[in-house]
Design a protein around this ligand. Structure first.
Ligand code: 9D3
Length: 247
């Protein structure tokens, strides 16, 4: 996957590929990360990339021309069929199904804005708008890094077999079950005995029950989306009985 990020702070975004899984994917050429900086396309001596909003008000607006030129340069680096995605609080909320869709693409331009916003006319050069959710960031860079991380993990060969298997397991769409490691007893807090039993079928059943139960209690909309079958409903009922929270 070729990804070109249009940003005034390319060094910030480049950090996503300096460590860990994404760094390894970049080293191995599975992810090709490049940058275009609108400041390099500003034509005045001050290399101006922002200006005051028409109509007045606080803050500055990212100017059309330098950003549009940077987007053109980014598109020229990437194969045909690489959409331009703008990170903005006004976008659709990014999720795993969007990450899966992007992982199928030959390339992706990510436009990260700064300031109070970007000139609306840039949207004619944008195919999609994405948000991370309803909270305020200082700009689109951290959101672009989140998209790069989530998409790169889905590229063939990036994760090992074990990690990939976990990713598309039957737990999909649910919150994770609890995890424990040594010691067995932390000031009286014991590891659930089933995890010490060596009975792998029972362990899998317990983990699935926990995943259903936690999802129901913390993120009920995930459960509604799944439409549980009878077996899953029975397992959830068992969880709620054990936790003393009846339906
Ligand atoms: C306090 C500023 N807000 C006035 C109502 C508007 C605003 C402008 C620019 C809020 C945030 C930003 C910068 N944010 C992003 O570029 C951004 C973002 C976000 O803030 N939250 C969640 N996802 C994203 S994606 C890009």
């Amino acid at each position: 996957m070729k990804c070109c990020v249009v940003s005034l702070f390319p060094d910030l975004v480049a950090q996503v590929a300096e460590h860990g899984v994404i760094g390894r994917a970049a080293e191995r050429g599975l992810l090709e990360l490049t940058f275009e900086n609108p400041r390099d396309y500003a034509d005045d001596v001050h290399r101006t990339v922002d200006d005051r909003p028409y109509g007045g008000g606080p803050g500055m607006v990212m100017k059309y021309e330098p950003a549009a030129a940077a987007i053109r340069a980014a598109r020229a680096r990437l194969p045909e069929g690489s959409p331009v995605v703008c990170l903005t609080p006004q976008g659709q909320v990014f999720d795993q199904s969007t990450a899966r869709r992007y992982a199928e693409l030959p390339g992706l331009v990510l436009l990260a804005g700064r300031y109070e916003g970007i000139d609306e006319r840039l949207m004619s050069a944008v195919d999609e708008e994405l948000s991370l959710g309803d909270f305020v960031l200082s700009g689109g860079e951290i959101a672009a890094m989140a998209v790069i991380d989530a998409v790169t993990r889905l590229l063939p060969g990036v994760l090992g077999d074990a990690e990939s298997a976990v990713q598309d397991s039957f737990m999909a769409g649910l919150l994770d079950h609890p995890h424990y490691t040594r010691p067995e007893d932390v000031a009286g807090q014991k590891v659930p005995s089933v995890l010490l039993s060596g009975d792998h079928a029972q362990i899998a059943r317990w983990r699935y029950k926990q995943a259903l139960g936690r999802s129901f209690l913390r993120r009920p909309e995930l459960i509604s989306k799944l439409e549980l079958d009878r077996e899953q409903q029975a397992l959830l009922d068992e969880f709620l009985k054990e936790s003393g929270k009846e339906t």
